[in-house]
Design a binder for this molecule. Structure first.
Ligand code: 5GP
Length: 114
């Protein structure tokens, strides 16, 4: 079965500029940024969507959020503010079938974004 684009990025098959990398997650710039700061925090293990997580994955989800907080500080948007988004499924407008957290900031965001 063909791997999704984020599995390929996580495995280094498709090169990207990494902002953060550890055993569990990878963070890189969104290819079509919706804000001056638009970073994707992606688990290395494949989960198609948030629906695939169970109780044992609480730590991973918390880790993803703390990595986003760290990146917000590193990119200078912690004080001005930012938004974290996980789109899930068709009505959530999830396009890439691999769980990911959007970090958006660098300007005042609209109510409708993402
Ligand atoms: P979703 O709607 O699934 O939550 O968002 C998927 C995001 O992945 C979109 O913001 C889109 O721009 C981004 N994206 C899609 N393909 C690529 C890619 O190949 N590289 C990067 N860096 N981002 C991608």
């Amino acid at each position: 079965m063909e791997q999704d684009i984020f599995c390929q990025i996580a495995e280094g098959v498709i090169p990207t500029t990494k902002f953060y990398d550890d055993t569990w997650v990878l963070a890189f710039a969104d290819i079509s940024p919706l804000a001056p700061i638009h970073i994707l925090i992606v688990p290395k293990k494949h989960f198609t969507s948030l629906n695939d997580l169970g109780g044992k994955d609480e730590g991973l989800l918390g880790h993803m959020i703390l990595v986003a907080q760290r990146l917000a500080k590193e990119h200078g948007v912690a004080l001005s503010g930012y938004r974290l988004i996980i789109n899930c499924g068709p009505h959530g407008r999830q396009v890439v079938p691999h769980l990911h957290l959007h970090l958006l900031g660098g300007r005042e965001l609209t109510a409708e974004m993402c």
